[in-house]
Design a protein around this ligand. Structure first.
Ligand SMILES: [Ca+2]
Length: 309
């Protein structure tokens, strides 16, 4: 499967990228970066650091958005560390982007067919590309992204506000544009990425640090802030990548979703219209697919085999 990754590394983006790099089922045509967990300068630098760590420096990297469509970025350096990869120090490779994200996205979907876009940060790059290129979506096979909190499981509540997940909250206007673009959208929200079956306990993180390989040994320091703040470690962004490797890891349902772009407590909320008495064609929001179930142990086994071991 040919993929383009759009990301803001970010500890869990880093794990997602390493999983994709180590998965022969996936061919990464390019990586586009965005502001999000950290500034776009830092997230771009982190992509180069990870590519160097894994020894795959031939994949082109393209710099994307610095800011959301409206407002200013609200970084998550308290969770991801000042540099974005927790508190590990990786070497500083040459930062040499091959161009900008928007030109690359427009060109790559025309030069290759059946491209899946995997987005694990705010959706600003995709929204801007959709706004400037009417044909873009018709050239894309599907977009799978990590984001949203859909109240489909008891874990589907927000992580920024009571209803708002970080990637959507960062740019709800962009999310709304992408969801309503007509592309086939697979949304992987906190309902599944935070499910207890799919997260790592403090003891499991220690074991990975003790028994793991080169990257497994880095993990405890990468995730220390997450563990201290939440008491467990959810590697949210690797879940959509794992699904592309093994489609039995997630189950999706057809859903109608709107993104709240006003209000205070609900700003950035993903609202799923699940009213069964309302006919499908009259439900509110964009028709997308939303993940409601995860095989957590299969997911964690995949991470162990391909990233931590
Ligand atoms: Ca991310």
């Amino acid at each position: 499967m040919k993929i383009v990754m759009d990301m803001d590394p970010g500890v869990d983006d880093a794990i997602a990228l390493i999983l994709a790099l180590n998965s022969p089922e996936l061919e990464i045509l390019g990586i586009t970066t965005t502001y999000g967990n950290v500034s776009v300068e830092k997230s771009t630098k982190n992509v180069f650091r990870i590519l160097k760590l894994v020894g795959k420096t031939d994949i082109p990297v393209f710099t994307g958005a610095r800011k959301p469509l409206l407002g200013t970025p609200d970084y998550a350096e308290d969770i991801h560390g000042e540099e974005g990869l927790g508190d590990v120090s990786l070497s500083h490779p040459k930062i040499d982007p091959a161009g900008n994200a928007f030109d690359f996205l427009r060109e790559v979907v025309r030069s290759e067919s059946d491209i899946t876009i995997v987005a694990t940060g705010p959706l600003t790059n995709l929204a801007l590309t959709i706004l400037i290129d009417e044909q873009f979506v018709s050239h894309v096979d599907k977009i799978i992204h990590m984001g949203g909190a859909y109240n489909l499981t008891k874990y589907g509540y927000g992580n920024v506000g009571p209803l708002s997940e970080f990637n959507i909250y960062s740019d709800p206007y962009a999310a709304s544009i992408v969801f309503n673009s007509g592309a086939e959208i697979f949304s992987v929200g906190l309902d599944v990425t935070r499910h207890p079956d799919a997260v790592f306990t403090a003891q499991e993180i220690r074991e990975i640090g003790d028994r793991g390989g080169r990257i497994g040994k880095l993990l405890p320091r990468m995730v220390e802030r997450m563990l201290n703040s939440e008491g467990y470690v959810a590697i949210h962004d690797a879940v959509p990548v794992a699904y592309l490797v093994d489609s039995s890891i997630l189950k999706f349902m057809d859903a109608w979703v709107s993104v709240e772009t006003s209000g205070l407590e609900a700003y950035g909320a993903t609202i799923l219209d699940n009213r069964e008495w309302v006919p499908m064609e009259l439900r509110q929001g964009a028709p997308i697919k939303v993940a409601y179930w995860i095989d957590g142990s299969k997911y964690k086994d995949l991470l162990w085999d391909r990233v931590f071991k």
